[in-house]
Write a protein that binds this ligand. Sequence first.
Ligand code: GLN
Length: 708
Amino acid sequence: MTDSLRSATTPFRLPFRTRLARQGTRLVNGISRSLGRGEGTVIGGHVGLLIDPHAPRHLSEGRTVVLVSGTNGKTTTTRLVAQALSHAGPVVATTGANLLTGIMATLANANDAASVVLEVDEAYLDQAIQLVHPRIVVLLNLSRDQLDRFNEVRMLAKRWHDTFLLSPDVEVVANADDPMVVWVACGLPKVHWVGAGVLWHQDAVGCPECNGRIVFDDKGWHCTGCDLSRPDAPAWVEEDVYHTATSRLPVHLNLPGRCNVGNAALAATAARLVGIPAPTALRSMAGVHDVLDRYASPTLVGVATTLYLAKNPGGWAELIDMLQDHTDPLVMGINARIADGKDTSWLWDVPFEEFAPRHVVVTGERRWDIALRLAHAGVSAAVAGSMEQAIRAAAAVGSSSHVDVIGNYTAFQDLRHDMRHRVITAAHRAPYAALEAPCAPQAARVAPGSIHQRGSGEALHIVVLYPDLLGTYGDAGNGQIIANRASWRGIPVFLTHVRADEEVPTDADCYCLGGGEDAPQTLATSLLQGKTRTSGPLHRAHARGAVILAVCAGFQILGRAYPGAGGAIHEGIGLIDIATRKGEGVRAVGELRCIPSTALLAALRGAGVADSPQELFLTGFENHSGRTVLGEGTSPLGMVEAGIGNGDGSGTEGAFLPGIIGTYMHGTACARNPFLADLILGMVTGTALSPLPDDAARELRRERRAAV
Ligand code: GLN
């Protein structure tokens, strides 16, 4: 055993209540397992914590405790750290259960373990640090995930930041390539930077320190407004090599992907801190082949498969990179239960376009959300009612005998459950039922170009404004949908994503603004303000007759005032007469369903876009703390049936004015309500539009109506 691994606490030194808590946890978990109710970590851990809330503290004493947290890669990195540390003595590690109850359950089984490696949910890191006083915390990355639970990435980063200020003794191993992680850890006395890489930058363009803009380049990243920049990292990965100032160690993992090399580098750095040399640590890590079935290759219903988990845009970005050379058929299972996040808007942030050449079958409770998203990404997908059916259908359509299977969190858990109970392992002989629907894209999709590539003067020009600041909740999908629905009807169209460092064109036909976090919202507002109150780019575009679709933060920005990150009121661009203040009480988070306002109904009828009123409900997902009051002459977009909407007590949702649609609906709004996209197209073309098939959208609306 290395010097720095201390001997484990002997049981008799534990307080009586702690021993009781440990016994209680083990007993309940044992019963849960014997009843076939799973591992029981939650219920057992809960009982243990009820008996002695300080038990984790006592059970960790005398051991080396390492916590691993971040948006993506927690479970795998926990496993890699545990594997590395096992070189120096017995280790106990969490296996997927990453709340405080899981920590309790893991520690209850620590026995003579010299080291404890705990995976910790991002929202519980502060409490976990207080609870177990870790020696090392590994911070992987921080980006959007389950925003209905976390609300904003910066809110979470702030909590982490405040926690570490109170725990200066903790050794922090942190990813230097993630600005959010760096902002959390910079200035801490014991930080060890690792250049572990990260592909997803979209949540870090607005600087968490100064509200300035962060730019990413070959050398790393830096803020254009303050000193925050990528720190020099004494350890880093390049290709598949772990570098330090004095060594170059090839990383030979039995796990795929760039991200896992980065995870291994962070794990090796943590292992070094407890005296395990990096070559030894990396060698042990090669013993990890799959992690709770992620990357496993079981035969399911007679089909050879490989399993992957991806649950948010950052994780999908890494997975798409990992699968770039794969050509086999692909199954995707998407759910939206509590553990997944109930809002599926994030599907519009994932570059599924990359899967266009592959055969895809989708399944899961939210299969219509993903089917519609894929149709807009130019991916033809079939829709299956069950995972089993999906795998068999995928194997049948492709010429390959192997299928890649990707699930988001609970879709993956369900699959593992079915595997354990052999529901899905046997090769069924009965033919599978017909698929629910083939869901082919109507025609090729419109890909976003840059401003300088503007197409012919004849083409409609749709602009998605600042997706890097106002793109947190999937709303860039609106621009994509409007452009595709034009293109699918043969209308020439050009789509531009205008980023925060680009000039806003004032000659476009339609501008889409999305939701964003409080601080980037302020940066976006300042970029949209002109020299005089009415000379900003959106004022000029609107005066020319352009249409503006603005969601949540984007909607608030159009008004007179809105609350910033600290609650202080900022000036909006004053294009419409609305004012937003911080809401008292809980944030408005959840499904939003409305009936269209009379103004919207009249416009829809006038444009011939929709004629059966009973079909005309508005559906979306909201996530905001702002409460918006409409000025006297401002008509709402809808009247709330379920949810909060403007939340000022008037029962209204959004605003509808000539050339302007403002709403709190994410979801994405035009995905769930395609008639809004068509209304906008009707406004900018001035012509009647031919109907589109819209099967997936219709199914999605039916499913959402039944669910809410
Ligand atoms: N930050 C704003 C609010 O909370 C907008 C949030 C959003 O765009 N979803 O009101």
